[in-house]
Design a protein around this ligand. Structure first.
Ligand code: GAR
Length: 223
């Protein structure tokens, strides 16, 4: 592991394909980071297997074993305290975090969401896009604040919606883009180029008034 690499905790609830894309880019030397631990609230999340294959310590914190959100989060904090975490990456983590938790790690939590925020916060984004007849869809990386899916945007990628798309087909097309924009955002954060200051995301010290849009040029940063 390179000296001074940025220590990350990745929170998951499911398949962990976003986790995998970050693991792969770290292994390929595109991101100077160390995934110190992966935490899942679901004992059977496949992402845990991906982490174990990459020799990353895993922790299961099943929300069903807690009677309150506070106790669930205290266990999260206890685990994070073991490592010297600089960044928390929510990668398909399907639990809402409290304001207390978010404030404790203020400016150091990123999330990926499968829509072009501010459109379609919440669940079932792909079906809702199809029902609305939108011709364009995509994904967004944003800093996490206590307003669910509404923190400052960092980067977005767009995809076209075909008339024949099912939610699953559309989800797969969006995921391909997620696997590019999330590693890029993590890379920028770990290079100290991306920060959350004065309620705004900043890239290279300039406030982002809107999300960076993924271009082919940006994609080459990961090649
Ligand atoms: C991804 O599509 C991610 O954007 C979404 O869950 C999926 C996780 O996939 N996240 C949310 O909906 C959060 N609100 P993965 O487990 O294969 O990375």
């Amino acid at each position: 592991m390179p000296e001074n690499s940025c220590k990350i905790a990745v929170f998951i609830s499911g398949g962990g394909s976003n986790l995998q894309s970050i693991i792969d880019h770290i292994e390929q030397g595109h991101i100077n980071a160390d995934i110190a631990c992966v935490i899942s609230n679901k004992p059977n999340a496949y992402g845990l297997v991906r982490a174990q294959k990459a020799n990353i310590p895993t922790h299961i914190n099943d929300h069903k074993n807690h009677t309150t959100r506070e106790s669930f989060e205290l266990e999260l904090i206890k685990t994070l305290d073991v490592y010297n975490i600089k960044l928390i990456v929510l990668a398909g983590f399907m639990r809402v975090l409290s304001t207390t938790f978010i404030n404790k790690y203020h400016g150091n939590i990123l999330n990926i969401h499968p829509s072009l925020l501010p459109k379609y916060t919440g669940l079932n984004t792909h079906s809702r896009v199809l029902e609305a007849g939108d011709t364009e869809h995509g994904c967004s990386v944003h800093f996490v604040t206590s307003d669910l899916d509404e923190g400052p945007l960092v980067i977005q990628a767009k995809v076209k919606v075909d008339k024949s798309d099912t939610p699953d087909v559309l989800a797969a097309r969006v995921l391909e883009k997620e696997h590019i924009i999330y590693p890029l955002a993590v890379k920028w954060f770990c290079e100290n180029r991306l920060a959350f200051k004065n309620s705004k995301a900043h890239l290279d010290d300039s406030p982002l008034d809107q999300a960076v849009l993924l271009t082919q040029d940006l994609e080459t940063l990961l090649k």
